[in-house]
Design a protein around this ligand. Structure first.
Ligand code: AMP
Length: 157
């Protein structure tokens, strides 16, 4: 059977990367997560900015982020979440399709709490520890999505 494809800005996303579906949003695993469990909530409609979403879509994105955050925080043994929308290129957005980063956090994950924003800004460059963040393989992303999908049985139609 042919795998369904989705658009994330200019990128084509395969079904195997999607672990969550609601009426107006999708949950995707990340090609270059900055920490384990760093996932994305995207609108189903390909529009660049938060302001482009209508009320139902914006509400759905927030409720989806809430559900997804609850699961990734627990599954990655974390105790907080950084939920971020980089809304426009000057705010650090590199993919012109509105999306929220859901990033599990725990004590000591970054030396200074707000360093996470530097790391998000540097996401396609070199890590603080000087290791380049390589894109993950499809297989690696599929494994993570397969692990997360069962937690969202009502959100996978
Ligand atoms: P931003 O810079 O806020 O637009 O974030 C873009 C996010 O999309 C980063 O976390 C990237 O790692 C992620 N990303 C880019 N391309 C893909 C892709 N093909 N699949 C999944 N995540 C992606």
């Amino acid at each position: 059977m042919l795998s369904r494809m989705y658009q994330f800005g200019p990128h084509t996303i395969t079904e195997s990367q999607v672990f969550f579906k609601s009426k107006y949003s999708l949950g995707l695993v990340n090609l270059k997560p900055i920490t384990p469990g760093h996932v994305l909530v995207i609108s189903r409609r390909v529009v660049p900015r938060l302001r482009d979403l209508n009320t139902e879509e914006a509400t759905d994105m927030m409720l989806s982020a809430q559900k997804i955050g609850n699961v990734v925080e627990k599954q990655y043994q974390c105790t907080s979440l950084t939920n971020v929308i980089q809304d426009g290129p000057q705010a650090g957005q590199t993919v012109p399709h509105v999306h929220m980063h859901v990033i599990p956090r725990k004590v000591g994950d970054w030396a200074n709490n707000d360093d996470i924003y530097d790391e998000l800004a540097e996401k396609n460059k070199i890590r603080v520890d000087n290791e380049e963040r390589m894109p993950r393989s499809e297989q690696e992303m599929k494994q993570e999505a397969d692990m997360l999908r069962p937690f969202f049985e009502d959100n996978n139609t």
